[in-house]
Design a protein around this ligand. Structure first.
Ligand SMILES: [Zn+2]
Length: 440
């Protein structure tokens, strides 16, 4: 059931919501009503209350409908507020008979709907056609854009335009859904980055506040045995979860683990060996990965690495790197540190900046950014330099030079370290931009 009450002071609302919430919680703990569970181990939810928008869940039985009715009566008596049944909606699960619906509607005189229209201004059910759902956003933006000639704008002018556009989209909508490209999607790289930065914040909360209701529910449903960063795509996923999952690469790429117990860190897929922006793991992942958790690489009792094991399974360079990492206190939880802020906590602003800095080819900006290879290659081939130079540049950009890192990745047994400085793996980036020997 959902209802929007009369305008009322927000403080009063909080008090009243508390009363209502208390009544529902009591009925639930007395087993008079039963909420919904989206997975066997998920917490049971009987209410979602936010300001004057309330959702209540119960089983479709005459008994539970009576309990809800009594709760509403009690609430009305206690608060002096009238619940406006005509502004409320009631939705049944599939398979409830028409007779039962009638019986329940006799108890709760509320309009029966196929699905709730909106909760907090957001669509509650995402059907197959996402583009329809987002049409209204597109319309809003189109109204803002009319009259702007994007191509004639200076860089500063463009960024003003983007801001105007971004403001037309409710931020909370972009915090919950990755707005699709293509039909119903937007072309702005900046906007896509903002959208992903907002969604990554949700992911960050799931990691850092695992006891929150939403974290418990999503974990039970989508990654019961794993950590958030290990969660995998499934066929049946809510659109919102899919969106959060799709933006999780931002956290994966931009943060690294500080080791406590090693319980929560995946040896093969998490960033923990190379810190600060260097995310490549060079040791090839075994087909049947053992030692899945970093904990498995430590000795059983002491705060020490299992040196023998580590030397056995990692390439020399990475084994050395690992053995340099201090194990400080194994009774502590592992902590994820975001690289983009001083305090290591993710913020939307820093996430946005990181995405823009990486210039990552997300689907959206592949097609739209000016770094489009379609524009770039003709420029390269037309440069007024000897052809062997332009070919070298082409091979560097395509990572097609036989530097040792590349040879190693192809599965050829060799020492992948840079032969000039021996400090790190020889990559194109290292050879041309980092290596002291080359910069001299
Ligand atoms: Zn070097």
């Amino acid at each position: 059931m959902t209802g929007r009450g009369d305008p009322l002071s927000p403080y009063l609302f909080i008090l009243y919501a508390d009363v209502l919430s208390g009544l529902i919680t009591k009925a639930k703990s007395d087993h008079l009503i039963h909420g919904v569970k989206i997975a066997p181990s998920a917490p049971e939810i009987s209410q979602l209350l936010f300001a004057d928008d309330s959702l209540m869940f119960c089983r479709a039985t005459v008994e539970e409908a009576n309990v809800i009715h009594n709760i509403i009566l009690t609430y009305q008596r206690a608060s002096g507020q009238q619940v406006n049944f005509s502004k409320s909606e009631m939705v049944f699960s599939k398979g409830i008979s028409g007779d039962l619906k009638k019986d329940i509607a006799n108890i709760l005189p509320i309009t029966i709907k196929e699905q709730f229209s909106k909760y907090l201004g957001m669509p509650t059910v995402m059907g197959r056609s996402k583009s329809q759902v987002f049409n209204f956003i597109q319309e809003k933006i189109w109204n803002k854009l009319k009259g702007w000639k994007e191509k004639n704008l200076s860089f500063a002018g463009r960024s003003t335009l983007i801001k105007a556009v971004a403001q037309a989209i409710p931020t909370y909508l972009m915090s919950s859904f990755l707005i699709l490209k293509g039909n119903g999607g937007m072309g702005f790289r900046d906007l896509r980055a903002f959208n992903e930065a907002l969604l990554a914040k949700q992911g960050w909360r799931l990691i850092t506040q695992p006891s929150s209701l939403v974290a418990q529910v999503l974990k039970a449903k989508y990654y019961p045995k794993d950590q958030f960063l290990e969660a995998k795509s499934k066929n049946q996923m809510s659109y919102s979860w899919r969106s959060i999952l799709q933006a999780s690469w931002v956290i994966k790429k931009g943060s690294y683990w500080t080791i406590g117990s090693g319980d929560n860190i995946n040896t093969w897929t998490d960033n923990w060996i190379h810190q600060r922006g260097n995310t490549t793991m060079w040791t090839p992942q075994p087909l049947n990965p053992n030692y899945v958790k970093v904990k498995n690489l430590m000795t059983n009792s002491t705060n020490e690495w299992n040196t023998h094991l580590i030397n056995q399974i990692f390439i020399a360079h990475e084994a050395q790197q690992i053995l340099k990492i201090p194990i400080i206190d194994r009774t502590q939880e592992d902590t994820l540190t975001w690289d983009g802020t001083m305090d290591g906590n993710y913020s939307v602003k820093s996430g946005y900046k990181a995405i823009m800095d990486w210039g990552i080819n997300t689907d959206a900006n592949k097609a739209n950014s000016s770094n489009n290879p379609k524009d770039f290659w003709p420029k390269l081939w037309n440069l007024n330099v000897p052809p062997k130079h332009s070919h070298l540049i082409w091979r560097i950009i395509n990572n097609a030079l036989p530097v040792k890192g590349n040879i190693f990745k192809k599965g050829i047994q060799c020492d992948p370290l840079c032969p000039r400085c021996s400090t790190t793996i020889e990559t194109c980036h290292h050879v041309f931009l980092e290596c002291d020997w080359c910069l001299r």
